[in-house]
Unconditional design. Sequence first.
Length: 386
Amino acid sequence: MNMRSISWLALFFLLTPAAVLAQFPERPLLIAQDDQKRFEAQQLFNRANDKSSAGDFAGAINDYNRAIRLYPGYYQAFGGRAEARRKSGDLQGAIADYQQMVRIFPNDVGVYHNLGKLYFQLQDYPQVVVYTTEALNRNGDLKDVHQLRANALIRQGDFGRALEDFDAILGVRAPDVVNPDNPEVSTFSPDDAPVLARRALLYQRLGRYTEALADYNAALRLDPKLSYAYGWRASLRSVQGSNLSTLDDCDAAIKANAATALIYYIQGNARFNLGQKALATAAYEQAVALPFGSDAIPAEDLDYKARADARFNQKQLPESLADYDQALRFNPNYAEAYFKRGSLKLELADRTGALADLQKAQQLFAGRGDKFNADRAQALVAKLQT
């Protein structure tokens, strides 16, 4: 309360009759108390921020608690406490604070984004989609939020909806559109390369191989050092039967010092398909010596499928079956994995399981217009049914 307010309050008491004051004796006092509480809350908030910046999260949370008790609608204090809780590992506490912020002010897209990130850490992907959608309903141009929602949708196997988010990030531009004045200059920027590679992977999972290859090519033209894109493109070329092109991509990744277990499994499988069994075995040994996936790019359907193929080629049938199962848990519409698992089950004399997998593969291949592979699957189905 400033000096002018105090002067007016004093004049009010001096000039107002006692009978009138008696009708509302506590009101001026309540106003003063409220202002004092807000002032104290502000001081505690500032001190809490300093403690949080210094890494004293417990001390910061204690001061935020006191500030909120003094001023229960203190929006910024809930945000500060949420961050301190997040940094101290209390994700559920941070979520509770952000949800309270939503109740106080329901149009802060940053709060919805933060809730999405916290639920992603907790692997609660449906909730990620809920909160990122709330953010995008208020501002549809947030690329980071589209990316987060896409990642959550991918974890749920909803590749079609994830593709829509990547299209939104990229502006639904076709990958091979070039500047008409200079055919060598792409309409994309180098910053688009990782997004193009991720969209290519979605096209690949959806069986849209022409579009996938176009996006991989565009990504690697923009950024030839985008090493993981070589591995993903190699896996695409592998399922298309282009073994020599597959080896070219594997070599490019290895030369870029970006070899992964996935690269060596794919390389080994291509060597095996070409009849180069000794070189295939050497590649498999290299793969086993490397981590299977990483924190940055965890093992997913392509990784499990490549390792399953390698184990199948080496007659490690139970291990191969387990990897095909994992690939299909991640991507329940993985036609190639159904085909290979069906073939493996034939080796294991599981005719019923083989028939079910091969019929599923035939349906998926036919559904995406892949007549060659649909016919291959149907031929095996017919043989099993005779």
